[in-house]
Ligand binder design. Structure first.
Ligand SMILES: Nc1ncnc2c1ncn2[C@@H]1O[C@H](COP(=O)(O)OP(=O)(O)OP(=O)(O)O)[C@@H](O)[C@H]1O
Length: 308
């Protein structure tokens, strides 16, 4: 049996003249956290809406859990959970009321609802908030409620659209621990993000820009396969050094990170340090060292853009 949970071929969505998603081929396997990494407007939400059957593609095909989308959206409703970018539960309802409402939407058997809600309140640390209006909760608590409501029917496949963009780093870490618990229980998930640290936690990633997939693979594989050498420059006058290097043929990008300038040099350059030294003869006191690539380097090299 195929372990493909989601596959698409040539998936495209246009809005008038605008191509939001362009010829996207995806293969997402069971038990993975698969990330869509890209800046605002690169097509992450549009892709998720097509994969969940909420939006019809302009062209291309989609298979989700072995069934065609959007035709199978209704029968697959109970197998899928979708946590949208904006909190989509009722702010003027309590935590308990929202969870009961979600259970009813999924048509859960009445005798299972109370037990499942108790379980979720405890897992997501919401027991004390049970009678609190969700509109009066903190962003982190609301996010836990949204996740609890999304998984109330124990879906096999979860879509999470920029789930942690409104919460602090500690809450984000805790949230990811909960995602790994869900994977451990057998779920597969697709998570969109524009945070590098979040993308690095995914098993696999697709880097998207202007609706096009620029690269995909595991974060480690993408870093190992980077088509550039990373050189860090340290010393005085980094802003001037940057301006000197920007636009040079073999320099893909420069970015200042604190007191260092991170320079991506084309892989075809056999001695990038010597090449940079030659360009920077007027700066005798700077030091240059080759560094391991990180995911941001991969992103910059794949898109030559700004991760926003
Ligand atoms: N209903 C729509 N009508 C017209 N254009 C749309 C529509 N939905 C999305 N778009 C456009 O398609 C492109 C992709 O948008 P999308 O929301 O998928 O990006 P995204 O990567 O999810 O970004 P964000 O995180 O900001 O939502 C954008 O240029 C957007 O303006």
């Amino acid at each position: 049996m195929s372990d493909l949970v989601v596959s698409t071929k040539g998936l495209t969505r246009k809005f008038g003249e605008k191509t939001a998603v362009n010829n996207l081929d995806l293969e997402i396997r069971t038990g993975q956290i698969y990330g869509f990494l890209g800046p605002n407007g690169c097509g992450k939400t549009t892709t998720m809406r097509m994969l969940t059957g909420l939006l019809t593609p302009t062209s291309g095909s989609i298979s989700v859990l072995g069934q065609p989308m959007p035709q199978s959206a209704e029968p697959l409703k109970n197998e899928i959970g979708y946590m949208t970018q904006i909190f989509s539960y009722y702010r003027d309802m309590t935590v308990l009321e929202n969870l009961r409402f979600a259970a009813e939407i999924y048509g859960m058997p009445k005798n299972k609802i109370a037990g499942r809600i108790d379980e979720l309140l405890s897992t997501y640390d919401l027991t004390e908030n049970i009678n609190q209006l969700s509109g009066s909760m903190s962003g982190g608590q609301r996010q836990k409620l949204a996740l609890a409501a999304t998984v109330i029917h124990s879906p096999k496949l979860l879509f999470l659209d920029e789930p942690t963009s409104a919460v602090d780093p500690e809450t984000r870490r805790g949230f990811w621990e909960q995602l790994f618990d869900l994977v451990d229980q057998g779920a597969t998930m697709i998570v969109s993000t524009h945070f590098m640290d979040e993308a690095e936690r995914c098993h696999r990633l697709a880097i998207l820009e202007h609706g096009t997939k620029k690269a995909d693979g595991s974060p480690r594989q993408l870093m190992d396969d980077l088509n550039a050498t990373v050189v860090e420059v340290e010393g005085a006058g980094l802003r001037r050094v940057k301006h000197q290097l920007d636009g040079q043929d073999d320099v893909l990008s420069t970015a200042q990170v604190g007191a260092r300038l991170r320079v991506l040099v084309k892989k075809s350059e056999s001695d990038p340090v010597a090449m940079l030294k030659a360009l920077l003869q007027d700066y005798p006191d700077i030091s240059l060292t080759v560094q391991r690539p990180n995911l941001e380097d991969v992103f910059v090299s794949a898109t030559k853009g700004d991760p926003s």
